[in-house]
Design a protein around this ligand. Structure first.
Ligand code: ADP
Length: 481
């Protein structure tokens, strides 16, 4: 089975969030299951630099203006189609914006171009390659499904995975004329959205199936509270809606071999975590004692509930935990967390920035990781936490609810608990969870059992990849019908 994946990010080449981890890991997990996945990705500078021999397999004028070509290359284990369109992607900065963080004003054009390439390839533009299925991700590649539908690939089964419904790619009606789509596409069941053009909306409309990255989030987005204005459409698509939890790369995230750690360990040698814990204390200027270190590795945003945490830092410290925060994002949140660290020297440490190596040490040395997200399509850091014996403390929402088993009395005595859940998501409930955590941490046998239980959980891509294969098969059977 040939599957074309279309994505704006892919680990290890270009990553701003969990989406990249998924698109980077899935092809490798699928390879052993009879599915050959090729990934179409924009030719950002880091992507173009990742391969030497440039040989275009497709050269064409873009419907949105300018010329482009597609290179078929292999980078590591990944089979890529790289969209080379220098006027759109050869820029310093992030995939979506400038170095200072403001969005590129022509993002609609950039990701319409990516999507056109996806639609063209789905329609057989590259000789010798015909995907059986097209798998798009988020708004940046969602229009692939519109280009397929209004172009030559209307019969090719497609799905779109929503990694985060908060990002929808909405633009004014004025861009429509430059998308190169037929006029009939600008209607309610096409790309039109509240009078403008909605990229994600168009994808949700055209996809044969819609997936989210956890079953709970798939249900949540059917409600106005989580649906971000798209709940009506998502309800209409409910029979084609699936939730498949993400896995993680268990080779990269393996405490027994992780090169970033000061000391490697397994469920049998948890005491070796002490050396990593010391590294966390040093890096965050925390006092050295036996109280639990609760860490945060996160974008500092409202979605992640960082304001809820920032408002109760004093309470976290009072309840006997130390806090180590790694993250960047909202300037106001960065400021209030830094202020909390200044107030609680030795008990709270904050590092502002993005630091992959440090994130590993934190999982390997902290006692717990707290994730108070308001909504969480899947979440990866709680899965890393499980694997590293860094006990997750999570808001009961989305993928967090699906992947963590709360350490209530029943779960503890049955030996199945893997973390702590709290609800509703507010400061009081969060502090209550911290209190439960501090109490459990004071009972070493209980704590180690929660750690070990988490480390036993299967968080690999294997199970998830199996579910995608099932869905791909279902779509192929629909095509046959
Ligand atoms: P999202 O994609 O919504 O940001 P996820 O939990 O799905 O949230 O994925 C976040 C990913 O980014 C994880 O791999 C996490 O370790 C990583 N990450 C987030 N913030 C930082 C940071 N400041 N430094 C290093 N890694 C980070």
């Amino acid at each position: 089975m040939q599957v074309l994946s279309v994505t704006p990010e892919i680990f290890p080449l270009i990553k701003t969030g969990g989406l990249a981890d998924v698109t980077g890991a899935l092809p490798i997990a699928l390879a052993g299951k009879g599915v050959a996945m090729r990934t179409l990705v924009p030719g950002y500078p880091v992507v173009m630099d990742a391969f030497k021999k440039k040989k275009a397999v497709y050269q064409y004028p873009l419907l949105q203006g300018g010329k482009a070509s597609v290179h078929a290359v292999k980078v590591g284990e990944l089979d890529l189609f790289v969209l080379d369109a220098p006027h759109l992607f050869d820029r310093q900065g992030g995939p979506y914006g400038t170095v200072t963080g403001s969005d590129w004003p022509d993002n609609w054009r950039r990701f319409a171009a990516l999507s056109q390439a996806g639609g063209d390839i789905a329609g057989g533009a590259i000789s010798g390659y015909q995907p059986d299925i097209v798998h798009a991700h988020d708004w940046q590649s969602a229009m692939t499904l519109a280009y397929m539908r209004y172009g030559k690939a209307v019969g090719v089964p497609s799905l779109i995975t929503v990694h985060n419904l908060a990002f929808q790619g909405q633009f004014g009606a004025g861009i429509f004329g430059e998308l190169g789509l037929p006029g009939v596409a600008m209607q309610l069941d096409g790309v039109e959205y509240y009078g403008g053009v909605g990229f994600l909306k168009a994808g949700l409309q055209a996809a044969w199936a819609v997936t989210t990255v956890s079953p709970t989030y798939a249900q949540e987005i059917r409600s106005p509270e989580f649906g971000m204005g798209l709940d009506g459409l998502i309800n209409m698509r409910a029979v084609d809606l699936y939730g498949i939890v993400n896995g993680i790369d268990v080779d990269i995230w393996n405490p027994a071999t992780d090169k970033h750690l000061v000391a490697n360990y397994s469920a049998e040698t948890l005491e070796a975590r002490g050396l990593n814990r010391k590294a966390v204390e040093d890096r965050f200027n925390l006092e050295n004692d036996d109280s639990p270190i609760v860490c945060v590795v996160s974008r500092l945003t409202w979605q992640k509930g960082m304001d809820i945490l920032a408002a109760v830092v004093d309470g976290v410290v009072q309840r006997g935990a130390r806090l180590a925060v790694l993250g960047s994002g909202d300037a106001g949140l960065e400021g209030s967390l830094l202020a909390a660290a200044a107030r609680h020297r030795g008990r709270v440490g904050v590092v502002i920035g993005y630091d992959e190596a440090l994130s590993h040490i934190m999982q390997g040395g902290s006692d717990a990781i707290i994730i108070p997200s308001r909504f969480e399509p899947c979440g990866l850091t709680q899965l890393y936490g499980l694997r590293y014996g860094c006990v997750p403390v999570v808001a009961r929402t989305g993928g967090l609810a699906d992947t963590i088993i709360d350490a209530n009395e029943a779960a503890l005595s049955a030996g199945v608990a893997t973390g702590f859940q709290f609800a509703p998501n507010n400061g009081g409930a969060l502090l209550h969870a911290i209190r439960r955590l501090v109490e459990a941490h004071a009972r070493p046998a209980t704590w180690a059992s929660v750690q070990r239980q988490g480390m036993k959980a299967d968080v690999s891509w294997d199970k998830s990849a199996e579910k995608y294969v099932e869905l791909y098969r279902l779509l192929l059977s629909k095509r046959a019908a």
